[in-house]
Write a protein that binds this ligand. Structure first.
Ligand code: CA
Length: 358
């Protein structure tokens, strides 16, 4: 009798233990994500939707992600604070938007005269990029992951042609990140404006010029209706968006769901790069036919040289004042040097060879 009770007790304990294990294994999580973009924003918004869909499917429904766009949370530039405070579990935005709060966040989107998308992904995932980014975000109770790359961005829309440095003096331009600071050094008045308000700002003359992304997204916002000069890029050669994850949310997830989330973010990010290429190539194919007023230009040498000098000076200043900034700047410079030498003999050599066939 005694033995039987003991066995029953043991069986009960085992059954309870097993049930508990199953309960843990099947625990479901619904995470809330706030994005900077408006609802159904093409390409950027597709990256968050892809990520959420993959996470849910890979986890057999155990990890659900509910996305709130800017129309819902009303704080396109409040993502950092909301995820830090745990008001949202996840965010989708761009690291350089936070340079006014935490200056070292600006290095993780794209740097003027910096790495291309392929070089920068190599730095993030196989160089020191991820570890350095984590050092910047950890004190703010968050993790940051690459969130999708636009590829090289166009230099922006100008109502007047820029022929010299003189033409930039006092020009009011929407341009975020380090590039805004570089432009300020050569006489521009830089500002940042949320994507939803950009068209009106340019139309009403609140700004004289704006950069946004590239043909696929720029033409949808309609800048070609109010500005004729479309400049090629120098300032954001590989703009990487970001996924932010609240640290407690991350730690609460079981190992398998954490890995599923990591893979969903990484896959969605990389897919945004190829999606951007696809959409930009499509928009570019008919740009001159559909919008004959657009004049594509490259900034004159004088302007590019001045911006390059300003960039070098500002990078040196940033590195001087802050030990972590110095390590990030050094890491990016060294990685760029190494990777670029290979890009020269591979991609550039191939493109040069192709160019000579015509
Ligand atoms: Ca941009």
């Amino acid at each position: 009798m005694k033995l039987r009770s003991a066995l029953t007790a043991l069986a009960l304990t085992l059954a309870t233990g097993l049930a508990a294990t199953q309960a843990i294994a099947q625990e479901r999580f619904t995470l809330r994500l706030a994005e900077t973009w408006g609802p159904n924003f093409p390409i950027f918004g597709d990256a968050t939707k892809n990520m959420a869909r993959m996470a849910e499917e890979m986890s057999d429904g155990r990890l659900r992600i509910r996305i709130d766009s800017a129309n819902k949370h009303k704080a396109p530039f409040g993502i950092f604070d909301m995820v830090k405070a745990g008001q949202y579990d996840l965010g989708h935005s761009a690291s350089y938007y936070w340079k006014g709060k935490v200056p070292n966040t600006l290095f993780f989107t794209s740097m003027p005269f910096g790495m291309t998308a392929l070089e920068q992904y190599a730095w993030f995932y196989h160089g020191d990029g991820m570890a350095l980014m984590q050092e910047v975000y950890e004190p703010h109770n968050m993790l940051s992951f690459p969130g999708g790359n636009t590829g090289i961005q166009m230099g922006g829309w100008f109502r007047k042609e820029i022929n010299s440095l003189e033409d930039l003096q006092g020009l009011k331009m929407r341009i975020p990140g380090f590039a805004g600071e570089v432009f300020a050094e050569v006489g521009v008045n830089p500002t940042n404006i949320a994507p939803g308000e950009l068209y009106t700002a340019l139309e009403r003359g609140t700004i004289d010029a704006t950069e946004w992304v590239g043909p696929a997204l720029d033409l949808r916002l309609g800048f070609q209706q109010i500005a004729d000069y479309y400049y090629t890029g120098w300032h954001e050669p590989a703009t990487e968006l970001q996924f932010l994850v609240n640290k407690e949310t991350w730690e609460e997830l079981p190992d398998d769901l954490r890995e599923i989330l990591r893979i969903a973010m990484r896959t969605a990010a990389y897919d945004m790069l190829v999606h951007s290429m696809h959409e930009n190539a499509g928009a570019w194919a008919s740009i001159t036919e559909e919008h004959p007023n657009i004049e594509v230009r490259t900034f004159p040498d004088e302007v590019i040289q001045a911006m390059f000098q300003a960039n070098q000076k500002l990078l040196a200043e940033a590195a001087e004042g802050d030990e972590l900034a110095k390590r990030i700047v050094d890491s990016q410079r060294q990685y760029l040097d190494n990777a670029r030498a290979y890009t020269e003999i591979s991609d550039r050599a191939y493109l040069n060879t192709m160019a000579e066939l015509e």
